[in-house]
Design a protein around this ligand. Structure first.
Ligand SMILES: [Zn+2]
Length: 279
């Protein structure tokens, strides 16, 4: 049992979202045994999976930035230990809606830039009302290859939605800057998943050329610079003709699970999950 966990590179804490909330909860002793030193929630999982490279905290709707810090590589503040044996390359924060709030001095984007420098695959879907500034910083200040923000840039339907504060002044400028960065290829991003981001629908940058339409029909994505874009309209993955491998650009048969050329996993349709390409 012990050996099974210790060799795991992927740790899925999604079912425990009730516990993974704030820093206070992380420090509470909840696992204890008479003969052993009592452990906190976080210490328990660190002991179980010291080699975690990918981590899912999906659906942790109470997770705060101070709580998230405990699962990253190099917490700079507080007393969190830093002895994960492997760097974090995949992080799934699907529906962790509280993370958009500033928590003390911590902001989500600063935490990721400072404490997860090896990250390649980040899922920030359904966090709702992220800022373009966050998106721009992730595209320009990290090495992330696949960024999924599906449903996190939605047009507000009414003005009184508690989790949708008004967009900061000047934030739209960062969208234009992001577009320039994508076109010029000055980003590590290979896949940007913006499905269901209604705020981006109808914008000139995302209007489709004939080539884009062909690409979408073929592989569900279209290209801007070196980056493949998925969305803002939802893609019906049942309807695409082939699956493109983002590792080697080879087109593979529909529903192929791994690339016949380079053998990497090639599915792009999991907006609520991590991909396996970067393992
Ligand atoms: Zn390939």
């Amino acid at each position: 049992m012990d050996n099974y966990f210790k060799n795991l590179s992927y740790l899925d804490l999604s079912p425990y979202y009730g516990y993974t909330s704030d820093e206070k909860t992380m420090k509470q002793t909840i696992f204890s045994h008479k003969s052993n030193k009592p452990l906190t929630f976080y210490e328990t999982f660190q002991k179980l999976c010291p080699q975690r490279r990918s981590l899912s905290l999906a659906y942790s709707s109470n997770l705060t930035c101070s709580g998230l810090k405990y699962f990253l590589d190099n917490p700079k503040n507080g007393s969190a230990p830093t002895n994960w044996s492997e760097p974090l390359v995949g992080l799934n924060l699907y529906y962790c809606t509280k993370l958009k709030r500033k928590d003390g001095s911590d902001t989500l984007v600063d935490l990721i830039i400072d404490n997860a420098p090896e990250l390649l695959d980040l899922n920030l879907s359904e966090i709702r009302n992220l800022t373009f500034h966050v998106l721009y910083r992730l595209a320009t200040e990290t090495r992330i290859k696949r960024l999924c923000v599906s449903g996190s840039f939605r047009r507000r339907k009414t003005k009184k939605i508690s989790d949708s504060p008004p967009r900061p002044k000047g934030d739209d400028e960062y969208l234009s800057k992001l577009e320039s960065v994508l076109v010029s290829g000055e980003t590590c991003l290979k896949i940007l998943d913006i499905q269901d981001c209604t705020l981006l629908r109808g914008l000139k940058f995302f209007s489709l050329s004939e080539q884009d339409k062909k690409d979408i029909k073929l592989c569900g994505m279209y290209r801007r610079g070196q980056t493949w874009i998925i969305g803002p309209n939802k893609i019906n993955w049942q309807r695409i003709g082939q699956c493109k491998c983002i590792n080697c650009d080879e087109n593979n048969p529909k529903f192929a699970r791994s690339c016949f050329s380079c053998k990497k996993s090639i599915r792009h349709s999991y907006s609520h999950k991590l991909l396996l390409e970067f393992d």
